[in-house]
Each structure stands twice: as structure tokens, then as C-alpha cells.
Design a binder for this molecule. Structure first.
Ligand code: SF4
Length: 248
């Protein structure tokens, strides 16, 4: 009886799949390389970029940053000269009559809540920190009305301390378009950016991204054809621009 033929097994020509950790590492390396490219371009385009909120002391910067929530920096800059003329120090701001305070900051929006927070934060600085804005992230976020973003702005800009990456609406939008994050939540975006950027770039990176967002990479109709990163930006979620109609 003839021996049963064994099926000839074909050589497996498929490439072996890389281990998941190796894939993750190479995609992280790629995103770090992309982030480095973005940093270099922003440095050339906006070498002097800094915070647009006018201030002369860390306390003034803190109050201006609280006021800038849901408001433009330009509007805040219109309000703060009068605000700091009347109540220049935390002790004075803490004792300001709430209705007078509300009146001065009214045009920045959400003024009742902001006035309450400004008074309470000023009181906490006067009572707990000897009238000085604390140089410490934990102490900063313990102040009323001060979240991580505000704390990072003040510690980074006033004290040069890179405690995190400031993620405002511009930084969030641009980070997504440039492929540095896939998230929408500011906390998760910050975690991605912290992983991709060297710590000594955190403060300036935010300032420069905010400038770029204002000047070219606007929420609607970004001017990609004028952008130095046009050749490598993946333009994630950017709607293609329609060509202008020719006039007849
Ligand atoms: S190429 Fe366009 S989408 Fe990308 S960063 Fe520049 S302006 Fe923004």
C-alpha cells in the first residue's frame, strides 16, 4: 500500500510582525522627530515670542491669566491697567469691594466668578504666602480659581520654571493638526507634549504655538501656503481650501 502523501508545507513568506512594544517605540521616535522639526521651525519663525498678557509682577500675571479664561489677551490688557492702579497688591485686591471689582473686569466675561476667584486667590496669597505668588506647582493649583494651565503660565513666564506645557485653545488645535497628539482633552494633550519635547523647550514652545495659531494657523482657514511647516505638516482635520472663483 503506497504511503500517504504528506502535504508540503509552504514557506511562510509573511514578514514577522514586530512586537507591540517595538511598534510603540518606533512611533514614539517618529513623533519625537516630528516634534523636534516643529520646534526648530517655530524658533526661526517666532524667536522672541512671549506671553501677550501685559504684566510687571508675578501677581499681575496671575490675575491677568485668571481674567484671560474665555477672553482675548487684548481685552484683558485693556482692563488690567485700571485694575492694578486701584488694587496693586494681593492685600489690596483681597480687600476690594466685590461690586467695584466686578465693574472693572466686567468686559472680560464671566466677571462674577472671576471677581470671586481673584479676591479669594489674593487673600490666600496674602495670608498663606506672605503676599508673594508661590513658586511651586502644588501651592499654585491650591489657590482658588487656579488650574494647572494658569499655574504653568505663571511659573513658566514669571519664574522661568518649566512645570508643564501650557495647552490653550491654540496649542490644542495646532498640536492635533501637526500630528503631535490625537487627543482633544488638554490634560492628555499636555501629557503627549511632555513626552515629545525636551523640558527646556516647554515654556517657549507654548508661546510660539500660540503666536503661530494667531498669525497663520487660525481655527478657520489656516494659511498653510504661507506656513514654513507646510511641506511636512499632516494637516490633520484641516479642511482642504476651495480654490477661489475667478471673477468674470
Ligand atoms: S501647514 Fe497649515 S495646518 Fe499645518 S501648522 Fe501650518 S498653517 Fe497649521
Amino acid at each position: 500500500m503506497p504511503a500517504a502523501k504528506r502535504p508540503i508545507s509552504k514557506p511562510d513568506r509573511r514578514r514577522p510582525k514586530p512586537a507591540p512594544s517595538a511598534t510603540k517605540a518606533s512611533s514614539l521616535a517618529k513623533r519625537k522627530a516630528l516634534a523636534a522639526r516643529v520646534v526648530e521651525h517655530l524658533k526661526v519663525d517666532y524667536p522672541e515670542a512671549t506671553c501677550a498678557l501685559e504684566n510687571e509682577t508675578p501677581f499681575e500675571l496671575l490675575i491677568a491669566t485668571i481674567l484671560s479664561a474665555q477672553c482675548t489677551d487684548a481685552r484683558v490688557n485693556m482692563v488690567t491697567p485700571e485694575l492694578f492702579r486701584r488694587w496693586p497688591k494681593p492685600e489690596a485686591m483681597a480687600a476690594a469691594p466685590i461690586q467695584s471689582l466686578e465693574k472693572v473686569i466686567q468686559s472680560t466675561g464671566f466677571f462674577r466668578n472671576k471677581a470671586k476667584n481673584i479676591k479669594a486667590a489674593s487673600l490666600a496669597i496674602a495670608q498663606r504666602h506672605g503676599g508673594q505668588v508661590p513658586r511651586d506647582l502644588e501651592a499654585m493649583v491650591a489657590l482658588p480659581g487656579v488650574g494647572r494651565k494658569t499655574a504653568n503660565v505663571v511659573l513658566g513666564t514669571a519664574f522661568g520654571m518649566a512645570t508643564g506645557v501650557v495647552v490653550d485653545t491654540h496649542v490644542a488645535r495646532l498640536s492635533k493638526r501637526l500630528g503631535l497628539t490625537a487627543h482633544n482633552d488638554p490634560t492628555k494633550i499636555e501629557q503627549d507634549l511632555i513626552q515629545l519635547l525636551p523640558q527646556n523647550e516647554w515654556v517657549d514652545f507654548s508661546h510660539r504655538m500660540i503666536h503661530h495659531g494667531r498669525q497663520l494657523c487660525a481655527a478657520r482657514k489656516p494659511k498653510c501656503n504661507q506656513c514654513s511647516m507646510n511641506s511636512f505638516c499632516p494637516k490633520i482635520e484641516v479642511e482642504p481650501q476651495k480654490p477661489k472663483k475667478k471673477e468674470l
